[in-house]
Write a protein that binds this ligand. Structure first.
Ligand SMILES: C[S@@+](CC[C@H](N)C(=O)[O-])C[C@H]1O[C@@H](n2cnc3c(N)ncnc32)[C@H](O)[C@@H]1O
Length: 207
């Protein structure tokens, strides 16, 4: 199991209670995502946290497999699904690297506020591409700290060493777009609500 799971377990309860930092942008991202969803779709969300986004999209698709490395996050997500009587989302403890399923399973994969938290985003992007059906979409929202907070390259590893931060990779929007295009995706939609804000990208695996 990924060593960051303990970090996220410790922060799960607080994460669940904290308000979304930019509600308007979040709603806009949900709206754009919805335009890609159809009732017969199989979705995967990795790094789903406490499951809020999966539960919002659940009525619009056939089924969602929502995964996270943190058991505590998943426990909160399952409790929310029960309370909302949502039955077509399966929450599961798993790291993106450990997902083991036949290739070309999903119509869409969501990775929200997660790509910058992975040791190897290129490996994750390659994994996502393999799991998507031809013509499927990868919807991501990513903090690109290399554009505005390069100093994080120095303090990030220190924070990680002292257990105060999870892995945080520092890269630019340009780096991320390059990872996606080199990884075999076509960028279909790219939106950054403002300087320093997470970039929202819908990337398609060619049919
Ligand atoms: C910043 S939170 C984002 C949660 C949710 N996607 C959201 O937008 O609110 C990052 C989440 O990714 C999970 N995570 C971190 N590394 C992961 C990995 N390698 N595989 C799967 N999940 C991971 C953490 O446990 C945490 O719940």
């Amino acid at each position: 199991m990924n060593s960051d799971s303990k970090f996220w377990d410790r922060h799960a309860a607080r994460y669940a209670k904290s308000p979304i930092s930019d509600e308007d942008s979040y709603q806009q991202k949900l709206k754009i995502t919805r335009e890609y969803l159809r009732p017969d779709m199989e979705l995967l969300e990795f790094g789903c946290g406490t499951g809020s986004t999966a539960l919002v999209h659940a009525p619009l698709v056939k089924h969602i497999r929502a995964t996270d490395i943190s058991l505590k996050m998943i426990e909160i997500a399952r409790a929310k699904a029960n309370a909302q009587r949502v039955t077509n989302v399966d929450f599961e403890v798993a790291a993106i690297d450990d997902l083991n399923n036949p290739d070309e399973t999903y119509d869409a994969v969501l990775g929200l506020s997660i790509l910058h938290l992975l040791e190897d985003r290129d490996a994750a992007i390659s994994r996502v591409r393999a799991m998507l059906k031809p013509g499927g979409v990868f919807v991501s929202s990513t903090a690109c700290l290399g554009d505005t907070m390069k100093f994080f390259k120095l303090i990030g590893p220190l924070g990680k060493f002292f257990g105060l931060l999870p892995v945080i990779r520092v890269f630019t929007v340009q780096d991320l777009v390059a990872s996606l295009t080199h990884g075999g995706f076509e960028i279909e939609h790219q939106w950054q609500p403002g300087k320093g804000k997470s970039v929202f990208i819908v990337a398609r695996k060619p049919a």
